[in-house]
Design a protein around this ligand. Structure first.
Ligand code: FMN
Length: 272
């Protein structure tokens, strides 16, 4: 059975887009006035390239060999072991595990398709229609092969773009309230663009963005379970402080919540 069966072979229709379309209760919702200004609208799923700041060299994960990763053998096993764990062994995460996790959350063939599409939800169809509203900022604390720092991830190119080349640890220890998360290897900040989603979808863009945020969390949980890693969502952080530190304005790009990953502690690994 292919390792990524669960992520690739499900119904090829975006749950977020289906919700968005089928819960419309007024005709005009289908044609938001912003569509008149179609020229000014960026392709869906590309807002992060303009909205997220960059400083210095990034890291391409494209050539990282992921065959060394330990993966569960079936989708059922992945589902059965999906749970919230916020304890960590303390060992470094491998860069291969980080790459594989991101690959599972953003399947490559979905990401490349999105680059040219401006309004994929208007043409509900069979075919790749993945998460486009949310992108991830990785606060790398302990990953072998990648210096500690803050990076945003560009799915089509599998690149981590540097925002801060310095360790996020002091900021994490101040702004993430629950101390158990401080021992995680990577904390992902779920990031979205209120500006982009409202321009594209009108006031319904706000809920569409949140629906996709939920889907993104679930994808992260399943990817962590699939790779036998600890994974847990958290909202106990100060969004605006992170935004300030990262140079986000809270509108072109805002932080929704966070998801921490790491190695399972020994007592949990015994049961996987
Ligand atoms: C969006 C979101 C934010 C959360 N934030 C926190 C939090 O800040 N602190 C906390 O202790 N639990 C938080 N939780 C709950 C846990 O992370 C987790 O969902 C809970 O342990 C239940 O585990 P389960 O989802 O595997 O059933 C949050 C859950 C969600 C969905």
């Amino acid at each position: 059975m292919p390792a990524n069966l669960f992520f690739e072979a499900g119904p090829e229709l975006s749950v977020g887009a289906i919700f968005h379309e089928t819960t419309k209760n007024f005709r005009a919702g289908r044609l938001h006035q912003g569509y008149d200004a179609i020229e000014s609208v960026r392709p869906v799923g590309s807002w992060h390239r303009d909205a997220l700041p960059e400083s210095g060299e990034g890291y391409s994960l494209a050539a990282v060999d992921t065959t060394v990763c330990q993966e569960r053998g079936s989708a059922l096993e992945t589902l059965l072991f999906r749970r919230s764990v916020r304890r960590y062994s303390g060992a470094d995460l491998q860069v291969a595990q980080l790459r594989r996790l991101l690959e599972l959350v953003f399947p490559q063939r979905h990401s490349t398709d999105l680059v040219t599409d401006k309004f994929p939800h208007l043409r509900i169809r069979r075919g790749p229609l993945p998460i486009s509203q949310c992108r991830l900022i990785a606060l790398v604390l302990e990953v072998e092969g990648i210096p500690s720092g803050a990076y945003w991830y560009d799915p089509p190119t599998s690149t981590l773009h540097t925002i801060h080349p310095t360790s996020p640890r002091p900021v994490v220890e101040r702004i993430v309230f629950q101390a158990e998360f401080h021992r995680a290897n990577v904390i992902f900040l779920l990031t979205a663009s209120l500006a982009d989603t409202v321009q594209r979808y009108g006031d319904r863009g706000y809920r569409y963005m949140l629906i996709e945020g939920g889907m993104m969390i679930q994808a992260l949980y399943l990817a962590a379970s699939h790779l036998k890693l600890s994974g847990c969502v958290t909202g106990s952080l100060i969004q605006q402080e992170f935004e300030r530190w990262l140079g986000l304005d809270g509108y072109q790009a805002c932080i929704l919540n966070a998801f921490a990953i790491g190695h399972l502690p020994d007592e949990d690994s015994a049961n996987v």
